[in-house]
Design a protein around this ligand. Structure first.
Ligand code: 6GU
Length: 244
C-alpha cells in the first residue's frame, strides 16, 4: 500500500514512521510511505502556505494554490489517491475506518496547520477525519496515528495473525487483563484461575473481565458490542455512573 502525506513539517514523520512495526513494514515493501513538503509547491520568496481570513477572524488559513498544485503533481504519479484531510471538524477515526482504509491502494493525507484550510481545499478530499475531541497544533500526528493503525492491518505485517483479531475493539469490547511472569510481584498476585490450565474457565473469566471493564470504562461501546442478552442483563448495573 502507498501512503503519502502532505504537510509543512515533513520531518515530523521521520522517527515514528521508521521505528518498530511501521518501519519494518516499509523495509519489507508492504508499506511505501513518503512525506512531502507542501512548501515545494510554493512560488514566493517566503514559501507561504497560509494567509489571513477573508471577512476577518483569528489566525491564518492554509491557502489553496500550494495544496492544489501539490495534489495534481503527486496524484499524477500513480493511481488516483484516496485523499484524507485532517481537521478537528472531521469524522471521528475508528477501528472500523482503519479496516476500510487498509483496503485502499493509495492514500494521500493532507495535514493542516494554523486554523485549518480554505474551504475550497476540501473539494480535493474523499474524507475529512479527526482523531478525537481535543485540539492539536496540526494534522501530522493524526496522519501518523492513522498510518500506524492501518499499517498493522496490512497482510503480513503482524507476525501472529491472531493478535489483530483478539484485541480491544475486535468484538467491540475492551481487552481483558493479562499477566506475565513472575506470578507474584511486590505482593500482587496473578489471578489463580490463569495458572489453573483450565481452558474453559480461563475463557469464561476473560470474557467476564472484558465485559465488566467495558461496562465501567466505556459503557458507550456496549450498544454495538457482540454481547448476548444474558450478558447484557448482568452488566446493566455496572454502567450506572453512580455505581463507583
Ligand atoms: Cl485531525 N487536527 C487537529 N488540529 N486537531 C485534532 C485533530 C486533527 N483530531 C483531533 N484533534
Amino acid at each position: 500500500m502507498i501512503i503519502e502525506t502532505l504537510s509543512v513539517f515533513p520531518d515530523m514523520f521521520e522517527g515514528p514512521m521508521s521505528a518498530s512495526i511501521v518501519g519494518r513494514a516499509r523495509e519489507r515493501g508492504i508499506l511505501d510511505f513518503t512525506a512531502y513538503d507542501l512548501r515545494d509547491w510554493t512560488h514566493d520568496k517566503h514559501r507561504s502556505t497560509d494567509d489571513e481570513v477573508y471577512g476577518g477572524g483569528q489566525g491564518l488559513l492554509m491557502m489553496c494554490p500550494p495544496i492544489f498544485e501539490a495534489y495534481d503533481d503527486i496524484a499524477s504519479r500513480g493511481p488516483k489517491p484516496y485523499t484524507i484531510f485532517f481537521t478537528p471538524a472531521g469524522e471521528p477515526f475508528s477501528q472500523g475506518m482503519a479496516v476500510e482504509l487498509a483496503e485502499k491502494e493509495r492514500i494521500l493525507m493532507v495535514c493542516g496547520r494554523y486554523e485549518g484550510f480554505d474551504e475550497r481545499a476540501y473539494s480535493l478530499a474523499d474524507r475529512c477525519v479527526s482523531i478525537g475531541d481535543y485540539v492539536l497544533t496540526g494534522g501530522e500526528l493524526p496522519a501518523m496515528v492513522v498510518t500506524d493503525a492501518v499499517t498493522r492491518l496490512l497482510p503480513g505485517v503482524l507476525g501472529d495473525e491472531g493478535s489483530a483479531v483478539e484485541e480491544s475493539f475486535a468484538d467491540g469490547l475492551l481487552e481483558f487483563p493479562q499477566y506475565t511472569r513472575p506470578a507474584e510481584y511486590r505482593g500482587m498476585q496473578v489471578p489463580e484461575i490463569l495458572l489453573s490450565g483450565n481452558h474453559q474457565e480461563i475463557y469464561d473469566w476473560r470474557r467476564s473481565q472484558a465485559l465488566e471493564r467495558t461496562a465501567r470504562r466505556r459503557p458507550d461501546l456496549l450498544r454495538f458490542a457482540a454481547i448476548s442478552d444474558e450478558e447484557r442483563e448482568r452488566l446493566e448495573h455496572l454502567s450506572d455512573p453512580d455505581e463507583d
